[in-house]
Design a protein around this ligand. Structure first.
Ligand SMILES: Nc1ncnc2c1ncn2[C@@H]1O[C@H](COP(=O)(O)OP(=O)(O)OP(=O)(O)O)[C@@H](O)[C@H]1O
Ligand SMILES: [Mg+2]
Length: 142
């Protein structure tokens, strides 16, 4: 099924800790207004928040799109670099290259990507060193 019900788009700036989390919080509001099941909302929130923060603290900037279809919610978090050289390693619990500054803000436990994986039915991380990163997350209504 591919009938699109709602599409939201948010630009995400690099290093903007003040606005970090805003896109995922807007996504949460929209899902609540639509009456989406709370369990689904929670999973979408965790996944979108972690992906959003990763763009803020690790990337040069990007965007997050959320699409609701009849059978699923799809979130695409994409940025313009610098990319991830070893995606399998980045997916490991506890692995982090977060800067001292990001750690002082409470980030850098190396839990974001593993959390995203745990909360999605389908996840693809498309990235390479020096390139862009595109994370596609799918959560089905079931
Ligand atoms: N969008 C991205 N661009 C470049 N590198 C990324 C991106 N997202 C994740 N990474 C790399 O993958 C690593 C693991 O990400 P993950 O979200 O699991 O942990 P973290 O962001 O370092 O810490 P936490 O999410 O627990 O605050 C990051 O430290 C970084 O090296
Ligand atoms: Mg993270």
């Amino acid at each position: 099924m591919s009938n699109e019900i709602l599409k939201l788009h948010y630009d995400i700036a690099t290093g903007d800790y003040l606005k970090a989390g805003e896109a995922s919080s807007n996504i949460k509001k929209a899902l609540m207004q639509l009456g989406v099941d709370n369990k689904i909302i929670r999973r979408v929130c965790v996944a979108s928040y972690e992906a959003e923060i990763n763009i803020v603290i690790h990337s040069l900037g990007g965007y997050m799109d959320m699409n609701i279809y009849e059978d699923r919610i799809e979130i695409v978090a994409a940025d313009v670099g610098p990319g991830i050289s070893d995606v399998a390693l980045a997916m490991t619990v506890g692995y982090s290259t977060a800067t001292q500054g990001a750690r002082e803000m409470g980030f850098g436990a190396g839990m974001g990507l593993p959390n995203i994986k745990n909360n999605c039915d389908e996840l693809t991380v498309d990235s390479s060193a020096g390139g862009s990163t595109t994370i596609t997350m799918k959560i089905y209504f079931k």
